[in-house]
Design a binder for this molecule. Structure first.
Ligand code: ATP
Length: 305
């Protein structure tokens, strides 16, 4: 076996060419209609940032549960530093059933609501044996051991600044760099990693210090340089530009801004976030193939006139 610290292009050429011409398309998880440009799949690292309370955890858990429901072989490991598994599951129960999260959390369900929970409980029961939640202490060693134990392919780190890396580090930046190094190893082993991240405040368009979308950028990810370089895709959840939502509105309009896309064009996505049910949906109704075809045909006709 060669010890060379390089890969000869001529040695990989034949397999690569064969793969390009006859290989399978890369596997992507199905996380729901209108979200198909979000590339979550084996080997990818996605960074998801946003102001506190913008819905990062809710969005990540929606992705996990949807992907697992759509793919019966998908196994997942969630490391959430802030919330116990039961609370995370209650949020999904609310989203899947449409029953208000307050009523579920406060255990004040009436019979009609209990009936509505049946299908949602069934779905969660179906994925339960493939899903684990990492227990404290939240270290990357613990995450790796938990993920290995169930052969998890999808790993959620919520959130990355609070998960202790391997080894000792002088400062926060060094520790986040080391975390990203381990995350890249998970992805090299074929895992999909969704890393949630705190972001720093920045100046908005009017020069005010805030978390507003127009001021946030890749550099907003806290202790960021290694995070931004290490991720294949980086997203920020920010209030929509037109949003005039109040803090106590149940439904808010948000933009999932894609700041980085290593293998494609960054695409923003308008979503509405129903906080009372912890559910994200595309803001625009998703068009069926038939409607899209009709729209394109009409556009072509207009173009010809
Ligand atoms: N029962 C509820 N009814 C209505 N809104 C709720 C309820 N529970 C939580 N919320 C809101 O839903 C949002 C939850 O967002 P989530 O925890 O996913 O945010 P996050 O971006 O991960 O935040 P953080 O960075 O603080 O962890 C928050 O804005 C919270 O105030």
């Amino acid at each position: 076996m060669s010890n060379a610290n390089y890969i000869r292009c001529d040695r990989l050429f034949d397999d690569w060419q064969d793969d390009v011409l006859h290989g399978e398309p890369p596997r992507r998880y199905d996380i729901g209609e209108g979200l198909d440009h979000i590339r979550l799949g084996p080997g990818s690292v996605s960074l998801l940032g946003g102001a506190p309370g913008m819905g990062k955890t809710a969005f990540a858990m929606q992705c996990v549960v949807s992907a697992m429901a759509a793919d019966a072989s998908l196994r997942c490991c969630v490391a959430n530093v802030e919330m116990p598994p039961e609370r995370l599951l209650e949020r999904q129960l609310s989203r899947l059933s449409g029953v208000s999260l307050d009523d579920i959390q406060d255990r004040r369900l009436v019979d009609k609501q209990r009936d509505k929970l049946d299908d949602a409980f069934d779905l969660i029961d179906d994925i339960a044996e493939r899903l684990v939640f990492v227990k404290a202490p939240f270290t990357l060693e613990n995450v790796a051991a938990a993920a290995d134990d169930i052969d998890a392919e999808l790993i959620v780190l919520d959130y990355v600044q609070r998960i202790r890396p391997v080894g000792k580090h002088d400062d926060k930046r060094g520790s986040v760099d080391a975390t990203m190094d381990s995350i890249r190893r998970f992805s090299a082993a074929g895992c999909c990693v969704i890393a949630l991240s705190a972001v720093g405040r920045s100046k908005d368009a009017k020069g005010r210090t805030s978390y507003a979308g127009d001021g946030l950028s890749l550099a907003s990810f806290r202790e960021s340089s290694e995070l931004e370089y290490g991720a294949d895709d980086a997203y920020l959840l920010v209030p929509s530009a037109e949003s005039d939502a109040d803090d106590d509105d149940a439904v808010i309009d948000v933009t999932l801004k894609q700041l980085k896309s290593r293998y494609g064009k960054p695409t923003d996505c308008e979503l509405s976030f129903d906080r009372s049910r912890q559910s994200f949906e595309p803001a625009e109704p998703v068009m069926s193939d038939a409607s899209r075809h009709l729209r394109d045909t009409l556009a072509d006709l207009w173009g010809d006139t």
